[in-house]
Design a protein around this ligand. Structure first.
Ligand SMILES: Cc1cc2nc3c(=O)[nH]c(=O)nc-3n(C[C@H](O)[C@H](O)[C@H](O)COP(=O)(O)OP(=O)(O)OC[C@H]3O[C@@H](n4cnc5c(N)ncnc54)[C@H](O)[C@@H]3O)c2cc1C
Length: 398
């Protein structure tokens, strides 16, 4: 315990000395968190400085082994680090699918060579990853995917199309599922590949949303040559790798309310209710809103504690299983409830999309509410999570 107290003191002192002041402020209206990668632009040089100092200590991936550039921290130390980052209200130095999806899967299932090749550039924020799972006709029924990969010497030649690839236009590498044996049963004959997005034959077309914003892309693959060394797991046995990765993805998405400032936002919801609805006898005036606020806060804490327990188990070597579907389902539905509550508190002030008459916080709350709808679709819809919970957690018959 004394060691941990010492670690806390040192960590706080180091963070205070090394974190640029502007990294202690919330993200501005048009600012994104730092995703890194070769295409990253650092309009604020502090973002890059903060990334570099944290990466040099391996603290962008605090629990990954130092051999792969990580921080090598134990569970308790990692918890202290995240508490100290939160106490100083510091921005995460780096976010992305490398840290939350492909990195943990590589640590779990990758060969030594793949780990040494891919993990250090993720820690340093040099490479940004995207996810090539969904295809036209293969969303919930992912194993229906048709993108083919045919072995030619020491390369796979990949042909097909992916869709809803978030940020493919910003990414340097993609992890993707391909069909390597079209004659095998649906869940067999699939392989898991790691592909350089600069390979000849890869083209990316952003999908523009009604908002004008375009986080999604279509990705076309035309005879793309991927070295055989970039297969993760065994050829034709990629479905197991795909499911392991989905476990990490679902836990990450369940936590997304927090990633977007969930805890602060819940507090902000209370603050908002005070400001928009006013107090009565020291309490928030509207009893229905008061009740909803209390319920969301209680449910969020229960989820946080359950997630923390699961994270501890993962760090102790128990890979997440089908119970991640419970987190994904509950976390994203709770996130929707929280955003709906905030919109209810704002009343007509939540009706804006742009323009005068709405302040930037009001516009942001409306956008976050809309974004939360996609949250219960990405990584597998709520209906699909309920199917998995019924079959694989509760053991109910088909
Ligand atoms: C914000 C966002 C980001 C995304 N990012 C990526 C990405 O980076 N990479 C990627 O590969 N994909 C990505 N996706 C795609 C996502 O994984 C798919 O949208 C999702 O798996 C659902 O597939 P679908 O859209 O084809 O819907 P469908 O499978 O066509 O489903 C339509 C509806 O039918 C329901 N349904 C389908 N089958 C069943 C069933 N058996 N039982 C009950 N109900 C069922 C579904 O729940 C849904 O409501 C993203 C999606 C979103 C919204």
């Amino acid at each position: 315990m004394a060691d941990l107290d010492e670690f806390r003191r040192e960590t706080r002192a180091w963070l205070e000395a090394n974190a640029p002041a502007s990294m202690r402020t919330p993200l501005g209206e048009h600012e994104e968190p730092c995703w890194g990668g070769r295409k990253a632009r650092y309009d604020n040089p502090d973002v890059k400085r903060w990334l570099d100092v944290m990466a040099a200590r391996g603290w962008t991936a605090p629990t990954w082994p130092t051999a792969y550039g990580g921080g090598g921290l134990g569970r308790d130390e990692a918890r202290v680090l995240s508490q100290e980052l939160a106490a100083l209200r510091l921005r995460p130095p780096l976010v992305g699918f490398g840290l939350t999806m492909i990195g943990p899967t590589l640590l779990q299932l990758g060969t030594e060579e793949l780990k040494r090749t891919h993990l250090p550039p993720i820690v340093r924020g040099e490479v940004r990853w995207c996810q090539g799972y969904s295809e036209p006709g293969a969303g919930s029924d992912l194993a229906s995917l048709q993108t083919r990969a045919v072995l030619d010497g020491d390369h796979f030649v990949v042909t097909g199309q992916k869709v809803w690839t978030s940020y493919a236009d910003q990414a340097d590498w993609m992890f993707l599922l391909v069909r390597t044996d079209p004659t095998a049963p649906k869940h067999e004959g699939i392989s898991f590949l790691l592909m350089d997005m600069t390979s000849p034959g890869v083209s990316v077309k952003p999908i523009k949303l009604i908002s004008g914003y375009s986080p999604f892309c279509e990705t076309f693959l035309d005879n793309v040559r991927v070295p055989r060394t970039q297969v993760m797991g065994e050829v034709n046995k990629g479905w197991g790798v795909a499911k392991a990765l989905l476990g990490h993805e679902r836990t990450m998405i369940a936590d997304i309310g927090k990633g977007f400032g969930g805890e602060t936002r819940t507090r902000t919801a209370v603050q908002l209710a005070r400001d928009y609805l006013g107090p009565r006898e020291g309490a928030i005036a509207d009893p229905a809103i008061r009740h909803r606020l209390a319920q969301v806060e209680i449910d969020q804490r229960c989820l946080d504690w359950t997630l923390a327990r699961s994270r501890d188990e993962a760090k102790a070597g128990h890979a997440p299983g089908p119970e991640t579907s419970i987190f994904k389902y509950y976390g994203t539905e709770l996130n929707k409830r929280r955003r709906e509550l905030m919109v209810s508190i704002l009343g007509p002030q939540a009706l804006g999309w742009e323009g005068d008459g709405f302040d930037s916080e009001e516009l942001e709350i409306t956008r976050e509410w809309l974004r939360s709808r996609g949250n219960s679709i990405e990584g597998g819809t709520s209906e699909i999570q309920l199917n998995i919970i019924a079959k694989r957690v509760l053991g109910l018959p088909d």
